[in-house]
Design a protein around this ligand. Sequence first.
Ligand code: THU
Length: 128
Amino acid sequence: MKKLIDYAKDAAKMAYAPYSQFAVGAALESTSGRIFTGCNVENASYGLTNCAERTAIFKAVSEGERTFRRMAIWVDSDTLFTPCGACRQVISEFSDDLEIIIYSRNEELHTTIAELLPHSFSLHKDHS
Ligand code: THU
């Protein structure tokens, strides 16, 4: 069976990153078992770039999913990186305890959104 990390690796191949050359892939599993992938999509107006994690969340929510089990993130790099602050906030909107597994070529980090963004800003947490 294809693993979540394999979906993230495939998604990274779709990255549109002509400015940074930093391709990121994310794969998000919903509680109903569906998998949504995302890649980073850059823009000549740099601040409009959308990260892989947010692409995956937005795709899932726009297709009717609001509750999630796990997210895998892949960068083809020697060093491990962690999601940016904007992505942490967007993930936390939909999950207090999402499991996040981050992979690089040589390392992996198992963490949660609660660990990455403690005391997150929240107005509404029932996702309805
Ligand atoms: N990027 C992501 O896709 N996810 C992150 O969590 C951090 C950064 C992307 C944005 C940009 O296209 C490139 O990586 C370099 O910052």
